[in-house]
Design a protein around this ligand. Structure first.
Ligand SMILES: Nc1ncnc2c1ncn2[C@@H]1O[C@H](COP(=O)(O)OP(=O)(O)OP(=O)(O)O)[C@@H](O)[C@H]1O
Ligand SMILES: [Mg+2]
Length: 314
């Protein structure tokens, strides 16, 4: 489906912002609004890509390096850098030396540009979920899909650093590295599990952003089930299949399960571990206790977590 088709069909016209052809009001939340992604001048893209490249070497990219790499004139470069700052895609830092760096919106912009270039997406829809370390949007691809922008380091970089082992890299920009790694890890889990366990289907990935299938359900914590037993049993069966494939979710809870009348799905996989991980037993037990506690509290089901553990590990 092309952009025009998607927008003129009337089906989703008001909810989607065409990345290349239509205008929409600038939304202050990240990622950048579709019109910014669509209207960015080619020199502005050249600069964003150059800053991304040079941030492997510098925390703040000096003007002279940018000038050399982009081959833009001094005036043009100054003007375009001003435009990018105006659009909140990069930031300027004066100390310890003057330089420019990407911010999340600029990095998202590159991801959206890449995904649109590959025709994975044609339009960006509305925000459907905000987590501690991500923002989740509807988008149009071959039908409605979901974009999850990973944002590790946005709020609590210190605790993330303690919790996860991504930070061993000497990256000049740890949030780019951590957010991209988080997206890669989630994508890898989905690739391994899709077709075998009920998870969103992985479609594409660029940088910190994954494109996945839309799950037609609601979060388990947000609904009241008329008959909770079959849902609980299906979840244990999905966890058992996951475990038999050598994977533990490691952040399993009612918040990361989506349900509808027919099925349930397990979402939110960036922190998964292999069953061989040194803390695997503890993480699996915590996953099980979390979900059993939820069903016992909300639905008074009287489940014994040890029985659930045996059902999963066999
Ligand atoms: N594939 C999907 N289809 C439909 N909705 C989704 C999908 N993926 C995520 N969502 C919605 O977005 C919310 C946030 O997604 P997710 O749990 O993956 O991110 P998160 O940042 O890790 O959240 P948290 O840190 O709070 O657990 C979900 O609770 C769900 O409501
Ligand atoms: Mg979640």
């Amino acid at each position: 489906m092309g952009f025009e088709d998607a927008l003129s069909s009337g089906r989703q016209g008001s909810r989607y912002h065409d990345i290349f052809h239509l205008s929409n009001p600038i939304i202050s939340t990240m990622p950048p609004s579709a019109d910014i992604v669509r209207d960015l001048h080619k020199y502005e893209y050249t600069i964003l890509y150059a800053i991304e490249r040079l941030m492997k070497r510098y925390r703040w990219v000096p003007f002279d390096d940018l000038k050399r790499i982009t081959r833009l004139s001094k005036n043009e470069l100054e003007y375009r850098l001003g435009e990018l700052m105006e659009k909140d895609l990069i930031s300027y830092n004066a100390v310890p030396y003057p330089g420019y760096g990407l911010v999340f919106a600029g990095y998202d912009c590159l991801a959206l540009h890449t995904l649109a270039g590959r025709k994975t997406i044609s339009a960006l829809g509305s925000l459907i979920g905000v987590g501690k370390e991500s923002e989740v949007y509807e988008a149009l691809g071959l039908g409605v899909i979901v974009l999850k922008f990973h944002r590790v380091g946005q709020h609590s970089f210190q605790s993330v650093r303690l919790k996860r082992d991504y930070m061993t890299d000497n990256s000049h920009c740890p949030w780019i590295f951590a957010s991209t790694l988080s997206a890669e890890q989630e994508y890898e889990a989905l690739l391994r599990l899709t077709g075998k366990v009920r998870v969103p289907v992985p479609i594409d990935r660029s940088r910190n952003t994954i494109a996945i299938s839309y799950i037609p359900g609601v979060n388990l914590n947000q609904c009241t089930l008329a008959d909770p037993r079959p849902v609980y049993e299906e979840l244990i069966s999905e966890m058992q299949k996951t475990y038999s494939m050598g994977i533990i979710h490691a952040d399993f809870s009612e918040y990361n399960v989506m349900v509808n009348e027919d099925h349930c799905w397990i979402i939110d996989w960036p922190q998964w571990v292999e069953c061989s991980h040194p803390n695997a037993d503890e993480l699996l037990r915590r996953d099980i206790e979390t979900i059993v506690t939820f069903f016992n509290r909300k639905y008074r089901m009287g489940i014994n977590p040890d029985d659930a553990l045996s059902a999963i590990t066999g």
